[in-house]
Structures are given as C-alpha cells and as structure tokens.
Design a protein around this ligand. Structure first.
Ligand SMILES: [Fe+2]
Ligand SMILES: [Fe+2]
Length: 379
C-alpha cells in the first residue's frame, strides 16, 4: 500500500507520524535546523506542557461493550466512515502573517500551539499503545480510530508551528517524555472530560469567530469546527465505556468524578488566564470564556455523570481566582530562588491547596442520567 504524503490522509496513527517526520526532516534540511536544535526545542517545551499517560492496558482490554452494543456499533461506524479524512491540511484559506504579529502575542500563541500539539499527541500515544497491546477487537478498533484522529490533529498543529520555525519532534517526545501512570478508571474520567472540554473550547472559539471574523488572527481557527467534532466523538466513546459498568459512576467513584471535574476545570482556568494577549486578540474575555466552556461541558457531561459542579455557587469564581493568583506566586517564587523564594513557593502551594479544597467542597447539582448516553454535537 502507498504511504500517505500528509498526515491528514493517513489511516493509522503510525502512518500519520511517519508522514510528519518525513516533512519535518525535509524542512529541517531546507531551514538548516540541526536535529539537536529541534530536539532542544522539544525538550524545552515539554516541561511546561501536558502530560503523557500510561495505564493497565490488560484491564482496559477486558472491557465488554455488550451492554452498550447498539450505540457502540453506530459510533464506530460513524468514525470508520472518516468524514474528516484530508481535512487537516492547509488550503487556499491558509494565509498567515507571522511577521505582522505583535511579538508578545506571537509568543503566547506559539505557547498555545505547542501546548495543544502536546495534548493532542498525548492522546495519540495513549490510544496507539492501547491498540498495540490489546486483543479485544471492539477496544482496539476504537483506539486505533482515535489515535488516527489525534495524530492528524497533532500533525496539523506541527505544520502551523513549522512556519514559525519551531518543530515539536513527535518521535522524540514519544521516547523521552515522562509517562504518568493512571488506573484505567482514572483514564476514563480524565480522558472523557478532556475530550468533551476540548470540544467545548474549540466550538466556543469557532462560534465566537463566526460572529467576529475580524478577530481571526490566524487561519487555524477556521479548522476548529470539524476538529471539535472529532473530539466530540472521542468523548462519546468514553461515555459508552463509562456506561458499561454502573460502578464507575456510583458509590465512592462519585468522589473521584468530582475530583477530576474540579481539577480539569481549575487547571483550564489557571492556564487560560496565563495567556491574556491571546484571548484579547481573539476578542474573548477569558473569564467569560472559562465559564462558558464549563457550562457547555457540564451540560454534555449530564449524559453520564450523576451530578454537575455548581459553577454559579458564590465560592466558585473567587476560589478559581485564588488558585490563579497562587500559581502566579509559585511561578515567581521559583524564578526568584533562595530561601525567600522557597518560603513564598510553599506559601503559594498552600494557598492553591486551600482554594482547591474550597472548590471541591461546594455541594454538587444532582442529575438524572439518561438510559442511552448518545448525543450529537449541538453547539
Ligand atoms: Fe484531538
Ligand atoms: Fe480527541
């Protein structure tokens, strides 16, 4: 079989990564970037960007999807039909003005792209590994399809980054980045949420820019609708996996779900508030954006979680702001170093912990979970 020239057309994650690597090497030659330089860039940025995960693949391979068979087959059929094949590739609408971009905005935007590329690739690595290790056909088929999508997404962001002279070396990341172990059920909660919040983030920006096209300062945002539909499907798959075993969403696990919801929401809040220029350029108020994304994610998560977080509670916003201030304090203290820096860092971490506990102890809003979780992307 002919290997695809571009990751957008690849049918497996492996082919997508190989296509990206080939382009990257050609570009390195053209720009005179040595492989050590490229590696350095990748290393530098991986310290600040999202984590890579590993899990108990045997336990995941043992999942029986019989209780959700009908919905499952429909979803897999949809993903196999591959509506976005070839989409994640530049076309004539792709016009970029890196030179004209304010340098401070450029720095924040590049940070956003690197962090997004790593997050996409983190999904790809986990899904690809599950596919490789598993023998359960339902599970390996799903994970192969999701790995394919994430490899295309990461490849496309890499295309955008290369234009700015940066390359995230995907092969190198796979080998060198540290992996964090999560039990399968934690993978389900964290990944379900990150797929759905990813959908909510991309669609909120896309809809906003539809109304305010003058704020679209880079063409990549024009690709967000199809992009978020992929993420939506991935989230649907995890919703079905969560539905295979009622224990996953009841009893003690309710506390874990609440923990992951609080952690994912507050991390997003803190990270987004660190990119004020990026949001200003988009014409988006970061605080509005955060609450909007939480509201959409909460609404969607009613498909499978027996409650949502109360994001309108009087303790919600002030403690998110406290966490953000604390994270700023910790970052500044790290830079300062010495005893003073150390003391300030410990104090900052204590503040963040208190704020987190205060968020975590807000009473939840109960929810009646429907029989079938399946939903269509509606925003
Ligand atoms: Fe993705
Ligand atoms: Fe995804």
């Amino acid at each position: 079989m002919n290997k695809p020239q571009h990751s957008a057309f690849a049918e497996t994650a492996e082919d997508a990564i190989a296509a990206q690597d080939a382009t990257a090497k050609a570009e390195d030659l053209r720009l005179g970037i040595t492989s050590e330089e490229a590696t350095q860039v990748a290393m530098q940025n991986t310290l600040l960007t999202p984590r890579f995960y590993t899990t108990d693949f045997e336990e995941m391979d043992a999942i029986d999807v019989t209780p959700v068979r009908e919905d499952w087959d429909k979803l897999i059929g949809q993903m196999k039909s591959d509506p976005n094949k070839g989409h994640f590739k530049k076309n004539d609408d792709w016009v970029v003005d890196w030179e004209g971009m304010d340098p401070a905005l450029r720095a924040e935007f590049i940070d956003f792209l690197i962090s997004s590329c790593t997050a996409e690739f983190s999904g790809c690595v986990l899904y690809k590994e599950m596919k490789r290790r598993g023998s359960n056909e339902d599970i390996t088929t799903l994970f192969q399809l999701m790995a394919r999508d994430e490899a295309r997404h990461a490849g496309f962001i890499n295309d955008a980054l290369r234009e700015a002279g940066i390359r995230v070396n995907l092969g190198f990341l796979t080998q060198q980045k540290k992996y964090t172990y999560f039990r399968p059920k934690f993978i389900y909660y964290a990944t379900y949420l990150s797929e759905k919040i990813g959908y909510a983030r991309y669609i909120t920006i896309f809809r906003h820019l539809e109304k305010h096209p003058e704020h679209q300062f880079h063409p990549i945002f024009g690709w967000f609708r199809e992009w978020c539909n992929d993420e939506f499907s991935h989230g649907e798959a995890f919703a079905l996996l969560l539905k295979t075993d009622p224990k996953l969403t009841s009893g003690i696990n309710r506390y874990w779900i609440k923990f992951f919801l609080t952690a994912v929401y507050s991390t997003m809040w803190v990270r987004d508030h660190q990119r004020p220029l990026f949001h200003e350029a988009l014409g988006v108020d970061t605080t509005w954006y955060g609450q909007e994304v939480f509201a959409k994610t909460s609404e969607i998560s009613k498909q499978v979680f027996p409650f949502t977080l109360d994001i309108d509670h009087p303790r919600w916003r002030p403690n998110l702001d406290r966490m953000e201030a604390a994270s700023r304090q910790v970052a500044a203290a790290k830079k300062r170093g010495g005893i003073e820096g150390f003391v300030s860092r410990v104090a900052g971490m204590a503040k963040a912990t208190f704020a987190f506990v205060s968020l975590y102890t807000i009473p939840v809003v109960p929810n009646e979970v429907p029989e079938s979780p399946r939903m269509e992307p509606a925003y």
